[in-house]
Ligand binder design. Structure first.
Ligand SMILES: [Zn+2]
Length: 396
């Protein structure tokens, strides 16, 4: 997470790298270049800030950066602003995250930061600015400079001219329903197959089968399939404008009607994929940006998939958790745990035969015995009220 580390290091601080005009936006850009190891002298010009973009073919910028469309901005991408009403001078900053409705948050200097330099400019801050003020492409560090630190550190894959998460284990070679009329991606839509056959689900999305639907990814126990590339629109949400701006993730069920559940391994694969996508696009990992199909159109999809749990697991991955399956089974002696508001949903123990439906109150509990099932460690309550998941509960 090079960008996040950089951000926390520079916020509200100012840097004057060229010794003129104080803390200007180009000094902020220079600071970012310096931070990631790009020789600043090789990716700037002596003219106007806009020349960093306008003269990119000759000024050396593209030696260190790839050009990416504004639609696919990710945290850490460098953007240049045209002279416009909202940015009266050309301006350069680093993309942080999407702010909705055509605006983004950008990290940079001299965008009305908290502290001012006597010679001009102001300290690093996050500013909300419209994408419409940007030149049409951004600069993304070439992978050799990313050093595995952007996103989850897994380089994306290019297959058949389109972009896939580096987490895909397979790419389905069949031609799927899709088009290129993509908008800015700022949403993940969660689906389930309503079926337990991986192959049958994917076959539905082939152009050849004539159903007319599709998805970007199909997640199963032991596979993450790339289906439609992220630079293309897939037909999954039942609403075209939503399709244009979203990535659709399908999940293979491990049980049929009426519950349509997915396995713990599928949850884990999906959480990693979600974290990877969100970090690459600067999408917040929350319930406003990771939504069930049924929030967009009338459907029972995604069945019994627990969105709160999936989002929480993706947040854990983004924070660095591996989500490797726990090998720990028993812990001798009793211990105390504290359940707080955010833990309350982690309480079902579906495959533990002795389980009752668990605790739904905040409080401190004594655990007398533990076991692992469904990828969670479960604790038996001394009170006799059953088992609770210990995975996210604080041990005292
Ligand atoms: Zn669906």
């Amino acid at each position: 997470m090079t960008y996040q580390a950089f951000k926390s290091e520079v916020l509200d601080k100012g840097f004057d790298l060229d010794g003129s005009f104080g803390w200007q936006c180009w000094d902020g850009y220079a600071k970012w270049c310096q931070y990631v190891g790009v020789p600043y002298a090789n990716c700037t010009v002596s003219g106007y800030v806009k020349d960093i973009w306008e003269q990119r073919q000759t000024n050396g910028t593209l030696t260190y950066f790839d050009e990416v469309p504004i639609n696919s901005l990710g945290a850490g991408d460098v953007v240049v602003f045209k002279v416009s009403q909202s940015t009266p001078y050309s301006h350069i900053a680093v993309f942080d995250s999407d702010a909705g409705n055509g605006w983004g948050l950008f990290l940079g200097q001299n965008q009305e930061g908290k502290y001012r330099h006597a010679n001009g400019g102001s300290s690093f801050n996050l500013a909300k600015l419209p994408y419409s003020a940007l030149y049409p492409t951004a600069f993304r560090l070439k992978s050799s400079y990313q050093k595995g630190k952007q996103g989850l550190g897994i380089p994306t894959k290019r297959v058949n001219g389109d972009l896939f998460s580096g987490l895909v284990t397979h790419v389905d070679p069949n031609v799927m329903n899709a088009d290129n009329n993509r908008a800015r991606v700022n949403l993940i839509v969660i689906h389930h197959n309503a079926g337990t056959s991986d192959e049958a689900a994917r076959r539905t999305w082939y152009v050849a089968t004539g159903v007319g639907t599709s998805a970007h990814y199909q997640v199963a126990d032991d596979k993450i399939w790339g289906c439609v590339g992220e630079e293309s629109v897939a037909y999954h949400a039942g609403d075209y404008p939503t399709n244009q701006r979203s990535i659709g993730i399908e999940h293979l069920n491990n049980s049929g009607a009426p519950n349509w559940t997915i396995s713990e391994a599928t949850y884990r694969n999906s959480a990693k994929l979600i974290a990877d996508i969100c970090q690459r696009y600067g999408i917040p990992i929350d319930r406003n940006h990771i939504v069930p199909h049924q929030s967009i159109s009338a459907t029972a999809c995604p069945g019994d998939i627990d969105l709160d749990k999936l989002v929480r697991m993706a947040q854990e991955v983004a924070k660095g958790a591996s989500l490797a399956k726990s090998e720990t089974v028993a812990q001798s002696g009793s211990f105390r745990v504290k359940v707080v508001v955010k833990d309350l949903n982690v309480r079902k123990a579906p495959s533990l035969s002795a389980a009752k439906s668990g605790v739904a109150k905040m409080g401190v509990y004594t655990i007398t015995e533990t076991k692992t099932a469904d990828g969670h460690e479960w604790g038996k309550l001394k009170s006799g009220a059953g088992w609770i998941a210990l995975t996210y509960v604080k041990r005292l």
